[in-house]
Design a protein around this ligand. Structure first.
Ligand SMILES: *Cc1c(COP(=O)(O)O)cnc(C)c1O
Length: 419
């Protein structure tokens, strides 16, 4: 006996309290009927409800999880008009970059700064504006793929610059750059790219920033990770040990880089953005390039970044979720794990993530559940937001370092329901 599907209207009526907008619900019902799968509509609607962007609880122990939006940081918008490009004092056209640029330049101890959509666009824009039709000297150890097909040699080609490879995979010295420049290949820039997501170990050598600053061409350092200052003065205490080998914007500039580039949503702890900081004359030239308009950030990003810069300037690190996660003591995490009271409290290792600090681990603490409940946790249990955990050998691990303490109650209720 063949079963016939109920009418679309009947099904839409039946699922009307699903929370899905009517057109989306009807479309899904039609798809299900077309595929002979209407008996599974309940599960299909549950799946559709996982698709919208929503708050999730990051219990992975990866502080900057690219799939979870890297650094957690709120976007705020008044919902009203802003002075995005209006100079309030003169009434004439202003620059969206001026104020945020000054705040970031102050934090980096340099002349000038500007903001674009992400660090990838920062690199593309700099190359296009300052090195088009010229050679760019880059060490063979730094021809990196950042991810998502963003590969340094390809980006260079796209910008109209050409690559002048120097040194070898494992060893590159100052003399290699000097030779490339004197070989009359019209080298117009040296670019140093931080080995953010990989390490070359063993018989290695690299030229330092301060060795390359007097070779007569602009020196651009893509530090990627976005640590502002290696002393972390905003913390008013010692920075965590695991940060010790990370290049910082301020020091890279004071060692002689003319420009640095970094992401807003890695160690800076802010929204997705790309920062270019350094010499004012170079930044002025970059701002005039047509591509600058194509990669400019919107007001929501700029106000969000402005709020973050203020927290740094006011040394209010506890208001920056990334630094809060980074600085929480293992004892505190242990207390929270015990207070949740379900599963086994265990020591574990968190990681910085986000393509930063390869091999670095951060001592942490969390809960171990002796079965795999990762999928039901992700689907959301009761009123708990989706919880993203880690599974190893059929056991589920929830690292509390990356969980905001206000979410502990949801972790508790979800674990209670599933175990
Ligand atoms: C992460 C990173 C990038 C890319 O930054 P996005 O903001 O993700 O575009 C570029 N360069 C380096 C060295 C990085 O670490």
């Amino acid at each position: 006996m063949t079963s016939y599907p109920p009418s679309v209207n009947e099904l839409a009526e039946f699922f009307s309290d699903s929370g899905l907008p009517h057109p989306i619900l009807v479309k899904e019902i039609r798809n299900a009927i077309d595929e002979g799968d209407w008996e599974n509509l309940d599960a299909r609607i549950k799946y559709i409800k996982t698709l919208p962007l929503q708050t999730v609880i990051n219990a992975t122990g990866v502080l900057l999880h690219t799939n979870l939006g890297r650094a957690p940081w709120p976007y705020s918008s008044s919902g009203y008009a802003t002075n995005l490009e209006l100079d309030l004092s003169s009434g004439s056209r202003g620059s969206r970059q001026k104020h945020i640029g000054e705040l970031i330049a102050t934090l980096c101890g340099t002349e000038s700064a500007m903001v674009v959509n992400n660090c990838s666009s920062a690199v593309l824009l700099i190359l296009s504006a300052l090195a088009s039709k010229k050679g760019v000297a880059i060490s063979r150890s730094e021809m990196v793929e950042i991810g998502g097909n963003f590969r340094v040699p390809d980006v260079l080609e796209l910008s109209g610059a050409y690559l002048v490879e120097v040194g070898t995979t494992n060893r590159t010295r100052k003399g290699d750059y000097e030779r490339a420049i004197s070989a009359n290949r019209d080298v117009g820039m040296i670019m140093k790219i931080h080995q953010s997501n990989y390490k070359i170990l063993g018989f290695t050598e690299a030229a330092e920033i301060n060795e390359l600053s007097d070779l007569g061409v602009p020196l651009v350092a893509d530090i990627g990770s976005g640590l502002l200052d290696e002393g972390c003065p905003w913390l008013e205490k010692n920075p965590p040990k695991w940060l010790s080998n990370e290049p910082a914007a301020k020091q890279t500039l004071s060692q002689g880089a003319n420009l640095v580039t970094f992401s807003g949503d890695k160690l800076l702890g802010g929204p997705q953005a790309g920062i270019i900081a350094g010499d004012a004359d170079l930044i002025e030239k970059i701002m005039k390039h047509p591509l600058a308009r194509a990669v400019r950030p919107g007001g929501m990003i700029l106000s969000s970044l402005q709020e973050l810069a203020m927290k740094y300037l006011n040394r209010d690190w506890e208001a920056i979720p990334f630094w809060k996660m980074a600085m929480t003591s293992v004892e505190e995490l242990k207390d929270r794990a015990q207070a949740i009271g379900i599963g086994d409290p265990v020591a574990m290792n968190a990681v910085p993530g986000g393509g930063t600090l390869p091999q670095v681990v951060i001592p942490s603490f969390g809960l171990q559940i002796n079965k795999d409940i990762a999928q039901p946790l992700r689907l959301g249990v009761g009123d708990a937001p989706p919880i993203v955990s880690r599974v190893e050998d059929g056991r589920t691990f929830l690292d509390l370092r990356t969980v905001d303490p206000t979410f502990d109650k949801y972790v508790a209720s979800a674990l209670h329901a599933l175990t």
